[in-house]
Design a protein around this ligand. Structure first.
Ligand code: FAD
Ligand code: UDP
Length: 413
């Protein structure tokens, strides 16, 4: 009998499989309906031998030393700071909007203070700031909002920014200085040998059995297990009983070109033209040297694989009903971007999974035999350190294995 059935081999499921197997010596069956591990972070070598991300560009960035340290057990890193240009009015300018963007588009030569004053002059006061339109208009005014955000957002989400929660466009800051990095997190890097290799190392443990091309529906009545971690779409788990949660999908067009380089930075965005939102050239991200280059074009679509939860007031209200149901579902934990319906980056999902593991330690007592086994083996110093934290494990009254969802260690998103 497996101690755990974990549904989904992305970051949420794989981190928990690793923690439960190594820190609690428990037997885990990790399934995924796809033919590979890694979830949306999966990468692979294409026909030309270039490392590409099958589900679109994945750039690792975090402010959490703890999350970086955790993942560093399974990979070395390559320093990489992502840069993005946008094609606006026929010019290629930095995104996020910065000093260069303003000076280029308006034919000016302003210094930092000048750009700040220029943008303040364009900004329209909005109070309260609720929507993705409010966030941008209150910082840069309507003209730049239209040029950079309105069209892109309508293309990406099939919704106007006025319909989306402020958190969506708030992901992209506005600057008056020359910083043209997409992210400003303390740690920005890529797994040196790719994400899939990282996942392989994370899951290489005798207590973890991986079954691919396997849907939960195929095995839940066949294979015995004690508890479950579910990382797929939460509404699907409950048979859509309150209705379907909206998810935004993408189709990815992968193209290899017989040339050294295609574009000057990792990603070029198209906020005013084209059916695709952006083109990413992987060699910038991976550092791979190769005479050819591989690109991915992202075409947003309403149907298909669920990639993005859609942050609107209505979808949040519907999610809350599923979350309530999840809380009262014994012995099932809901973790990850789809199961907690949160627009989380990879590091936030890792943080959420580590937080869930701590919760499991508080709520689910470890068997005495497994504690003893673990102590005898004490293979890793890391495991020993955590084991001290585990014993003795008190069972919180009434808390036994209640289905619950967690928020990430760092709450932004
Ligand atoms: P997933 O990776 O989606 O894994 C869930 C897994 O569960 C899937 O493999 C699925 O097949 C499986 N599954 C679901 N239901 C079932 C079932 N019933 N039975 C069996 N298996 C099931 N984050 C960043 O930090 N940086 C980036 O640059 C970045 N770029 C992104 C670009 C795109 C286009 C997208 C879509 C996301 C991006 N992200 C990025 C976010 C990142 O992909 C997620 O935060 C992370 O992969 C979520 O991990 P997860 O384990 O929650 O979900
Ligand atoms: N966005 C935009 N124009 C851009 C870049 C982003 O309007 O040039 C908006 C858009 O709504 C997008 C959101 O900001 O969905 C978040 O952008 P991000 O690059 O973080 O999206 P992701 O990488 O998650 O697809």
């Amino acid at each position: 009998m497996f101690d755990w059935l974990i549904v989904g081999a992305g970051f949420a499921g794989s981190v928990l499989a690793e923690r439960l197997a190594t820190q609690r010596n428990e037997k885990v069956l990790l399934i995924d309906r796809r033919a590979h591990i890694g979830g949306n972070a999966y990468d692979e070598y294409d026909a030309a031998g270039l490392l590409v991300h099958r589900y679109g560009p994945h750039i690792f960035h975090t402010n959490s030393q703890q999350i970086l340290d955790y993942l560093s057990q399974f990979t070395a890193w390559r320093a990489y700071e992502h840069r993005v240009r946008g094609v606006v009015d026929g010019k290629r300018v930095p995104i996020p909007i910065n000093r260069t963007t303003v000076n280029t588009l308006y034919g000016l030569d302003l210094d930092e203070a000048g750009v700040a004053a220029f943008l303040a002059g364009k900004a329209e006061p909005v109070d309260p700031i609720r929507t993705s339109e409010d966030v941008v208009v209150s910082q840069v005014g309507r003209e730049l909002y239209e040029a950079f955000f309105r069209g892109y957002t309508r293309k990406q989400w099939g919704l106007d920014p006025a319909q989306l929660d402020k958190s969506v466009t708030a992901r992209v800051p506005v600057r008056s200085n020359d910083d043209d990095r997409y992210f400003t997190d303390t740690h920005q890097c890529m797994p040196a040998q790719g994400y899939t290799r990282l996942f392989e190392r994370m899951l290489a443990h005798q207590n973890i059995k991986v079954m691919l091309k396997t849907d939960l529906r195929e095995i839940s009545d066949v294979i015995p297990f004690r508890r479950m971690i579910f990382t797929g779409p939460i509404d699907e788990y409950f048979g859509h009983r309150f209705g379907k949660l909206p998810y935004r999908s993408l189709s990815f067009e992968h193209v290899t070109r017989d040339q050294d380089w295609f574009q000057e930075v990792g990603t070029v965005n198209f906020p005013q033209s084209e059916a695709y939102t952006r083109i990413t050239e992987f060699k910038h991200l991976t550092g791979q040297e190769h005479p050819k280059t591989s690109l991915v074009y992202e075409y947003p679509q309403a149907t298909g694989e669920p990639y993005y939860p859609v942050p609107t007031a209505e979808s949040q209200a519907l999610y809350k009903r599923y979350e309530e149901l999840a809380r009262s579902t014994a012995n099932v934990w809901f973790v990850g971007r789809l199961a907690t319906y949160r627009y989380y980056n990879m590091d936030q999902v890792v943080g959420q999974a580590l937080a869930t593991f701590r919760r499991i330690n508080e709520e689910v007592p470890m068997s005495a035999r497994k504690q003893l086994d673990l102590k005898r083996r004490s293979a890793f110093r890391y495991a020993e350190a955590l084991f001290d934290d585990l014993a003795p494990i008190a069972l919180a009254p009434g808390a036994r294995g209640n289905g619950r969802t967690e928020t990430a260690d760092r709450g932004e998103g």
